[in-house]
Design a protein around this ligand. Structure first.
Ligand SMILES: Cc1cc2nc3c(=O)[nH]c(=O)nc-3n(C[C@H](O)[C@H](O)[C@H](O)COP(=O)(O)OP(=O)(O)OC[C@H]3O[C@@H](n4cnc5c(N)ncnc54)[C@H](O)[C@@H]3O)c2cc1C
Length: 373
């Protein structure tokens, strides 16, 4: 690295928030570099479901961020060679209280475009769906295979949009116009720090004010014994008390109380169901939420059992087997995003609601404004 590297804006972190920030800055005509500690993105951004979710996001600003982000994904995916594997969402209600949440949700502005399907209507789209009372269908969601999509997005930013990438390069400190890295100094007029859950490397004393805890999730890949096609992502009653767009509705309280008695173990470990499909027919299934001051280093088999228990309550998949297991960690706080301006020209941005794939591009616009402002 030469000491005369000079950029309008340097992004720290090549996860989805950093990549979305680099994209936004290039759209504004800035000369941009992304600096990443690792040889490739290995964090939450490649471990997630690739589920670009609108329906269920916190009502108001965050829900609008998700709509905007979905639109950007939709526009750039073909340019970047990223496949959108399926679209839309099916939430199966197995309890009358869940149906009440659907009806309340459909009366809000967030319900626009969504509709209630009868079980027989849903069965036409999704023959493997278990018996239930009804299905909420949303057309808004998209699904990408994150482990492929993130490297493709980086490559496209580099090759087609002229973003410089510095891999294997931890950033040690920022004092603009100097960005100090393990491999020397880069000069930048502005800087956006997108550290994910690595909270102690840059501006730790500022980030500490956000009250962030770490949330570790368990995930798995499931191979059905018979070919199955999911036309969209799948969720269930448990998701309605987790995703704030539903859970914050007063009508969700009776469902929550019932689940406390009927599925207390699931709620204790933050287990709910998301099932999405990959191009080879396998399903990515999760997840759980264990909170602490550090990443949970060990996956728990009882949590995997709770996840597969919910999977089988919702989808008929006899003989399916688990072919892969992994964990992922994100920074979590009461608010769904954290942004700060610790020094002139520097912004720090972390999605603290576990929804970075769904809200990244809109959030990135806020971060670039903050750094330039
Ligand atoms: C298992 C799991 C499933 C999820 N599913 C979904 C989903 O389906 N949909 C959704 O919307 N959200 C989902 N999320 C949340 C989403 O993945 C995250 O919100 C998002 O990936 C965060 O992106 P990021 O860029 O902030 O963090 P990361 O992906 O962690 O990237 C941060 C990067 O910054 C780098 N970095 C940090 N400090 C430095 C430094 N000093 N120098 C150089 N580099 C540095 C790190 O090495 C890292 O690569 C999920 C999260 C997990 C863990």
């Amino acid at each position: 690295m030469t000491s005369d590297s000079h950029y309008d804006l340097v992004v720290i972190g090549a996860g989805i928030i950093g990549l979305a920030t680099a994209y936004t800055a290039r759209q504004r005509g800035l000369r941009v570099a992304v600096i990443e500690r690792h040889a490739q993105c290995v964090g939450a951004s490649v471990r997630n479901f690739g589920f670009v979710t609108v329906t269920g996001q916190r009502r108001g600003e965050h829900w609008r961020r998700a709509l905007r982000t979905r639109d950007v994904w939709q526009r750039i995916a073909p340019q970047a060679g990223i496949d959108v594997i399926h679209q839309g969402l099916y939430v199966l209600a197995r309890r009358p209280q869940a149906m009440d949440v659907f009806e309340a949700f459909l009366r809000t502005e967030m319900g626009e475009g969504c509709r209630l399907l009868s079980v027989s209507e849903a069965a036409r789209d999704l023959p493997v769906l278990q018996a239930g009372l009804g299905v909420l269908h949303s057309p808004h969601e998209r699904r990408v295979e994150s482990r492929d999509a993130i490297p493709r997005l980086s490559r496209w930013l580099a090759e087609s949009l002229g973003v410089d990438f510095r891999w294997n390069t931890p950033v040690l400190g920022i004092s603009l116009p100097q960005v100090h890295t393990s491999k020397g100094v880069i000069h930048a007029a502005h800087c956006v720090v997108c550290p994910g859950h690595e909270l102690d490397a840059l501006f730790p004393e500022v980030i500490a004010q956000a009250g962030i805890r770490l949330c570790t999730l368990q995930m798995m890949r499931v191979r059905p014994a018979q070919p199955v096609r999911l036309p969209g992502s799948i969720m269930s009653d448990l998701s309605l008390v987790r995703y704030e767009g539903y859970a914050d509705l007063p009508e969700a309280a009776p469902l929550k109380a019932l689940l406390q008695t009927e599925q207390a173990a699931h709620l204790r470990d933050g287990v709910h169901l998301i099932a999405v499909q990959s191009a080879d027919g396998s399903l990515v299934v999760g997840d759980s939420h264990v909170y602490g001051d550090a990443e949970a280093p060990f996956g728990r088999s009882d949590i995997d059992e709770l996840i597969t228990d919910e999977l089988h309550r919702v989808l008929r998949l006899p003989g399916a087997c688990i072919t892969e297991r992994w964990t992922g960690t994100y920074a979590s706080a009461g608010d769904v995003v954290y942004k700060a301006r610790p020094a002139p020209g520097v912004a720090v941005g972390i999605v603290t609601g576990g929804t970075g794939a769904s809200t990244s591009f809109a959030f990135a616009e806020e971060l670039v404004d903050l750094a330039l402002g």
